[in-house]
Design a protein around this ligand. Structure first.
Ligand code: HEC
Length: 132
């Protein structure tokens, strides 16, 4: 390949890269839970007090005490933590929220191991329902 063509190719690659960065990096794709989780029944509905304690320990630093996404660590993440009081968030099923807490994504840690009891993660879901 001629040098001129190589640099043309490089220029095109750089442009595509920039388009991807603008298109995807700033606004992450919608986080969708698998169907299996969407319809999952909460086996621990009602226990929000365990959830409150766990939220204070593991989540508040990023999500803020009222779940608005304004915890002290939030500003350093370079990503939005979302707003648990928002209608869009609350319209998810318990199972979808449980899934996101369990698996995490990007800057959102996965808590499947850190909070290893399923019922504890369900209890957090119950507490998040109180934040609306
Ligand atoms: C290090 C900061 C950090 C900590 C700690 C953290 N989160 Fe997150 N969380 C995030 C970020 C950033 C997102 C957005 C992730 C994305 O959309 O890719 C997020 C997203 C979420 C979502 C999905 C929000 C939506 O709009 O559907 C839930 C649910 C959630 N977090 C719950 C929790 C819970 C519960 C804890 C504690 C057990 C926790 N998070 C701890 C940073 C954090």
């Amino acid at each position: 390949m001629k040098m001129k063509n190589v640099s043309r190719l490089l220029a095109i690659l750089l442009m595509l890269n920039a388009i991807c960065l603008i298109g995807f990096a700033q606004k992450p794709a919608k986080w969708v839970a698998p169907d299996k989780y969407k319809t999952m029944k909460n086996p621990n509905a009602g226990d929000a007090s365990t959830g409150k304690d766990l939220f204070a320990k593991h989540c508040k630093s990023c999500h803020g005490k009222d779940g608005l996404g304004d915890g002290p660590k939030a500003a350093t993440l370079g990503a939005s933590c979302g707003d648990f009081t928002a209608k869009e968030f609350q319209s998810q099923t318990d199972g979808e929220i449980f899934y996101k807490i369990t698996t995490g994504r990007d800057k959102m840690p996965a808590f499947g191991k850190t909070i290893s009891e399923d019922n504890d993660r369900w209890a957090i879901v119950n507490y998040l329902r109180k934040l609306k």
